[in-house]
Design a protein around this ligand. Sequence first.
Ligand SMILES: O=P(O)(O)O[C@H]1[C@H](O)[C@@H](O)[C@H](O)[C@H](O)[C@@H]1OP(=O)(O)O
Length: 739
Amino acid sequence: MGETEDGESDHSTADVQGQKCALAYEYTSRENSSSKDNLPLLNAVLKNPICKLYRFPSSDNKWMCVREQMSESTLSFHIPKELINLHIKEDMRRNQELKELGELSPHWDNMRKSVIAHCDQMLTLYQDMLAELGKHTGSSFKSSCSKGEKTLEFVPVNLHLQRMYVHSPRLKDVLYDVITVGAPAAHFQGFKNGGLQRLLNKFESERRNTGYQCIYYSPENTAKAKEVLSNINHLQPLISSHTDLLLNSARQHLPDSLKNSLKMLSETTELFVHAFKDQLIRSALLALYTARPGCVLKKPTVPRISVDDNDDQPKQERPHEIQRQDSIPHHSEYDEEEWDRVWTNVGKSLNCIIAMVDRLLEKDNIPSITKEEESGPAPAEHVTPPISGDWYEQLYPLTVTLKDCIGEVVTRARQSMSFVLLQELACSLPQCLMLTLRRDIVFSQALAGLVCGFIIKIHSSLRDQGFLQQLHTVGLIVQYEGLLSTYSEEIGMLEDMAVGISDLQKVIFKITEAKSDDLLPVITGRRGHYVIEIRLPGKMFELLPQEIKEGKLLHVYPVLFNVGINEQQTLAERFGDTSLQESINQENLELLKEYYNLFTEKMPPDCLPHFQDQNDLKGLLENLHQNIQTKKRKNVEIMWLAAMICRKLNGIRFTCCKSAKDRTSMSVTLEQCSILRDGHHLHKDFFIRALDCMRREGCRIENVLKNVKCRKYAFNMIQLMAFPKYYRPPEGTYGKADT
Ligand SMILES: O=P(O)(O)O[C@H]1[C@H](O)[C@@H](O)[C@H](O)[C@H](O)[C@@H]1OP(=O)(O)O
């Protein structure tokens, strides 16, 4: 077994050549390297640190000092609470939008009623979950024993920061962090029918085949519909507040402020118009039209303006103009161009405002701000004589028209997009909602870990200019090492985890300066589009580059590499199937390569800590590629290479197994000792001793204790025989534990 196969000792504190490799000290206070300015942030996020201090001999017979620290994170509970809150808001809004779809024919109306009833039930479930989490006090981690607890479903299992701080005589002190957490998975829901990856595929193919009941929209179109709805919710109030600013400037007769507010209004309105130029809205409007009772054309009035094709300017509508209202439904009567007229009216009414502001400023002899060069002068300018009266009075009616035009676009777009969402929900109730719940649960666990990793990374790299530049120009790689087997229940866990991690691709970070003592992150947005606001204390915020201070959005690139290592994986290899692991590794290798290409494209060649690193990286990626192609059993080199590449790319490291307790502990301790050997000249005779010492007396055995109240890794002899050599703990540290 392992070390004894090579004739090496497994006594962690054995005296060799007069030197001891030993745990020197243990304590539970916060690390002393943090400056006072940084402490509030660490204190807000990390809790209950356990520290161990070791001294290990180096190859030149000197001592290196290693501090190992493991902390829980308050984010384990904070992020799930924030997220559930947002889900509740999003779902309430969606239910309301479904109610506001207007009159529908009986088939669709019944469908809507049934959807709303189910959605209301789900809403209650989320509300109950939030209430339960609100009651939670005490420790800020969820133990492996609580994996399957219903009320804690959104909380990640056993989330910890595992940190190694190395102080060696001739080298700079260095920090190495890994976030350890149970694989994000829906344990309470179970894995009988597989995990998210399989369930989502099944759901999609079923949906395609239920076309006779409802309309099939692809997942991309459904996502697009959600995006349009979110754009509406974001942009409409923004336009409204820019309009108010414009009117305020007009009221106070402030030319510069008038110009600025007009600029902001124009930019936002352009974004708005752009967001609705989509074929999906067009086709959904037609679909909704045909779903109306008797398919009657009930054309809502285009507010206040009617557009003459030859004229670029919307005109005030004659008050008593009779609207066309046909009672006999004919498809051919659907006026497809009406939608174009509705949203082009927005652009036209904005042009009127621009022209008016020009004229107002001209009258005051202030240089004009029209976008004449780009779009040509607004027609009104040529026909209307110079104006008189106060600015506010001139602008007010035009802003009302703009708001009305926008309101009209919003009503139609909102209804048509809600109709698209109705199709998704209706075609396989209640599976669809259960699937959303499962995805929310897995995402919440994954996000809690990511936010923790992100904050810790920012915190430890605030003075690294190269890193900060990388952060805002490229984004960060986040590498997950999975140790799950592709056998039995863990297949389902891996299927959940793969989707959860891939869903993190859409998460965006933003760093702001904290205005109070509350340093916990704030989440905004909705499913698929979350922005995480990280608040830094003033002194830390000052250190950031201008781009980040100005609110530049920061991206992450999550990648997952999984290699099952236990006895279950042996079964998978002999009698089962390892294709899930193979496809995950293959797909994620491509993602990693994409990130690397982006990195080399955008970052100067000498930006990495060691000048040689970019060349090394190419070789390492090639090596990883080879290892993934080669069908070798339990090829742990895949994980070692992926972790090394991640560190060289300044990334965030994660290690996960089912509970992040036993296999994870073997892996992180191995990684720590490998780093000491490869980067800090740990004496080669002491590699195994250091490894055993950490496993026997370090933070990870404390992790086991925290989880199961017993100082034993949950492995037995038979299981360990199936483990790769360096993943076996020393004699006496494992055995039957009630997990
Ligand atoms: O932390 P894990 O490696 O997921 O813990 C496993 C352990 O590897 C295995 O040997 C044991 O039989 C248990 O299944 C452990 O999982 P628990 O979730 O029960 O702690």
